[in-house]
Write a protein that binds this ligand. Structure first.
Ligand SMILES: [Zn+2]
Ligand SMILES: [Zn+2]
Ligand SMILES: [Zn+2]
Length: 309
């Protein structure tokens, strides 16, 4: 961190953190300790005002890990990095809303980007606009949302010595004496969670949801097609193709092999080059896909063998 004040131009000062209800805790008299430029932001690397507090009795102290600008850009909590409206990982929210990832990944550009975005922010308003989201996307987020505070998340971490049978502190131990279940959250890095990529928790939420909506990936791994029915009468191959791609910012256009539109029966096969893209589409379209304001049904394609039989 630079010592001279001249370099502080892009540094961030704030009076109160941007937090979700869970991280804030149920303690009405929460006291925040505040440290200006206490550390560098976990995503943009600029120094920011760090807050630390106890979210409730028997809970562990919590601290902010990203700056307010980064939190506002993505509308997430400064501590847990979950979406403030739906309590979901950004990867789940952005997949549902078809929001692409515009933030640069190199460190220098990241700082520059955050500074530029800061200038565009007004008050506490986030740059994320969900008002134009399709109804299928809104349904999906509503179904997946965790809107009630979940204070269990603030409990102390599990005692690593206890798990090995080596903790001698007994009741005095500030950590939880439980055998850990394999916790994917602990292996995640801040960058990935913030930008919504390679997030195993998000993956699990989305694949479970897709399955619950009847879109379990078929066992035959060669199936890379999805089948759309109930298309609007005026849909064309081109309009379907365009809509498919805008709804899947994480899928490269080159991975969409073909769109086969059957006008007579108002259905279409969406053929991807790879299984990963097809699975991503199934997850993103778990609640259907809106084309020209109409909700289209989505199913997995069938294997060639099954069709031949
Ligand atoms: Zn930041
Ligand atoms: Zn939080
Ligand atoms: Zn212990």
């Amino acid at each position: 961190m630079p010592k001279s004040d001249i370099n502080k131009a892009g540094w961030e000062q704030s009076d109160f953190p941007i937090l979700c209800e869970t991280c804030l805790g149920d303690n009405a008299f929460v006291r925040m300790s505040k440290q200006e430029f206490g550390r560098s932001c976990g995503t943009c690397a600029r120094p920011f005002t760090v807050f630390r507090w106890n979210p409730g009795s028997g809970m562990r102290f919590k601290t902010t890990v990203i700056c307010q600008t980064c939190a506002k850009i993505k509308n997430v909590c400064q501590t847990c990095l979950l979406d403030l409206e739906y309590g979901l990982p950004t990867q789940v929210r952005d997949t549902a809303l078809a929001v692409g990832n515009a933030a640069p990944t190199s460190e220098i550009n990241r700082e520059y980007y955050a500074q530029n975005m800061e200038a565009k922010l007004e008050g506490n308003k986030s740059l994320l606009d969900t008002s134009r989201a399709s109804s299928a996307a809104k349904d999906m987020l509503k179904q997946l949302a965790r809107t009630d505070p979940y204070y269990k998340r603030n409990r102390p971490h599990i005692c690593s010595f206890y798990a090995k049978g080596e903790c001698k502190r007994g009741d005095e131990c500030p950590y939880r004496h439980e055998i850990p279940v394999d916790n994917e959250l602990s292996r995640q890095n801040i960058q990935d969670r913030y930008h919504g990529r390679n997030d195993p928790v998000a993956q699990k939420i989305m694949s479970t949801h897709a399955a619950s909506m009847g879109l379990t990936p078929p066992e035959d791994p060669t199936i890379t097609s999805l089948f759309l029915t109930n298309l609007p009468a005026n849909a064309t191959e081109q309009s379907i193709r365009t809509r498919v791609l805008t709804s899947l910012p994480a899928v490269q256009p080159a991975q969409l092999k073909s769109v086969v539109h059957v006008t007579k029966t108002r259905c279409a096969f969406i053929n991807f080059k790879d299984r990963t893209s097809a699975e991503l589409a199934a997850q993103a379209w778990a609640n259907g896909l809106d084309i020209d304001g109409e909700s289209v049904n989505v199913k997995w394609g069938r294997s060639k063998n099954a069709v031949a039989k």
